[in-house]
Write a protein that binds this ligand. Sequence first.
Ligand code: UDP
Length: 237
Amino acid sequence: MSAIYKRILLKLSGEALMGDANYGIDRMVVDRIVVEIAAILELGVEIAIVVGGGNIFRGMKSAGDGMDRVTADYMGMLATTMNALALHDAMKRGGVVSRVQSALRIDQVVEPYIRGKALRYLEERKVVVFAAGTGNPFFTTDTAAALRGMEMSANIVLKATKVDGIYTSDPLTNPDAKRFQKLTFDEAIGKNLQVMDATALTLCRDQKLPINVFSIFKTGALRRVVMGEDEGTLVVA
Ligand code: UDP
């Protein structure tokens, strides 16, 4: 059996790196994620990752608290870069070769985003971590995931969350909530299911780039998704 996707774009939110804490990066959680990544790398899958920053700083919230929105968003983008470095470091420890590219220039720390170079890394089976989102305020890392997914010609965007898919209602509070196996983009947008932000969903819909929403905390789930098994929720055009 082999993977059904040759190249994936994995979106890891800041929340995914935080574990049960309320803030920051949990090293053990990051190490576990690296094990999941290494397992699909062995299947020959090429992996690009977009990391979020919500575990460290969320621009919109700070703007709500009276901070200049653009400044807050730049702080959010820098937060994603810290997460990218933590992930890079954990991958190094776990024997996974990776490179970090940033949409904002901080050359002493990470190399800038260069599409051709990122594509070459992927072909060389290096994991590429994209930091600083799109590099623009007023966007999110979900949109960055859709954008980089398209630029990298990924076969799918895998959105890692705490819940193992999209449900009819919140499964944590409603025991009768049912998981959708498959949805169309129009259904996801129409039902306002909060899968990803609307900009990201619209971009993926227009480019016919499917999304799978799955749990990064469920052991082996990432592998099952790339093997095409019934895992998470698939959103298609
Ligand atoms: N951000 C931004 N432009 C981007 C991506 C991110 O301005 O292209 C900022 C924004 O302030 C956001 C923060 O970075 O709140 C962290 O990103 P996000 O909220 O998407 O992280 P996640 O929720 O995935 O942890």
